[in-house]
Ligand binder design. Structure first.
Ligand SMILES: [Zn+2]
Ligand SMILES: [Zn+2]
Length: 246
């Protein structure tokens, strides 16, 4: 039994914990994302994290049994001062609450809170937030900081996040693609111990995850450049959902 356990524990897998579908401002439909992950990636876990809705994530979860990977129901919540990702949610969390209240609602559901793109414009620490980060990191109850986000123009914010993340804060590091197009899925990911969504949760809690970047690079950047208009259009269709403030 012990051997079995220790063997399993030496397996490390990849999870993309930040994916958008057409339920918010992504271009891909949930069934397309599921097929893409199965056929073209080695991800063992994905989190669907649409803006202010878990509708697409629940749909993905309902399809999970057909596939060789697991789905985490997530939401990228627009708080009053930036984005927070909740994972392992059962109920949607409304937009527009304070960061502290939002983190509390995630904790109430037994979820995991990740601060995505922490130093971007939509990040809770903002582009000038390095001092805010230092001051509040110990007070806010989040479990992980997204130190790698694949959106092409976030290179600078990623570097700040990696620099601020020294590993001593008691926070795990995660990576996610923030994919808004199918080809973006898996271009940023979290490496965790084990193979399942529950293994991932334990690995985050044990602070042993790390963020990595996958293939894609220039071709994904070009795909984004070509898709900007369609992403903005999709954002416009779902404007109230994506921009929800109150
Ligand atoms: Zn965001
Ligand atoms: Zn996002």
């Amino acid at each position: 039994m012990f051997r079995e356990g220790s063997r399993v524990n030496e397996i490390w897998s990849k999870a993309d914990l930040h994916i958008h579908s057409n339920h918010s401002d992504g271009l891909a439909r949930i069934p397309e994302i599921m097929e893409h992950v199965q056929e073209n990636t080695d991800l063992k876990v994905i989190a669907i994290t649409d803006h202010n809705t878990i509708e697409g994530a629940l749909f993905a979860k309902s399809l999970e049994e057909m596939y060789d990977f697991e789905v985490i129901v997530g939401e990228e919540i627009s708080t009053a001062s930036g984005h927070i990702i909740g994972l392992f949610l059962e109920h949607p969390i409304p937009a527009g609450l304070s960061v502290t209240e939002t983190l509390g609602r995630i904790a109430d559901q037994g979820g995991i809170a990740i601060v995505p793109h922490p130093f971007s414009n939509r990040g809770i620490f903002g582009p000038f937030g390095r001092s805010v980060f230092a001051a509040t990191v110990n007070e806010l109850a989040f479990q992980a900081l997204e130190v790698y986000n694949s959106i092409p123009y976030l290179g600078w914010a990623n570097r700040v996040a990696a620099k601020m993340f020294t590993g001593g804060q008691g926070i795990a590091a995660t990576g996610g693609s923030d994919a808004h197009v199918l080809q973006g899925v898996g271009t940023g990911y979290t490496v965790f111990r084990g193979t399942t969504a529950e293994d991932l949760r334990r690995s985050i809690e044990a602070l042993e995850t790390r963020a990595e970047t996958g293939r894609g690079g220039l071709s994904v950047a070009l795909r984004y450049a070509r898709s900007v208009r369609r992403i903005r259009l999709q954002h416009a269709w779902n404007w109230e959902r994506c921009e929800a403030r109150d």
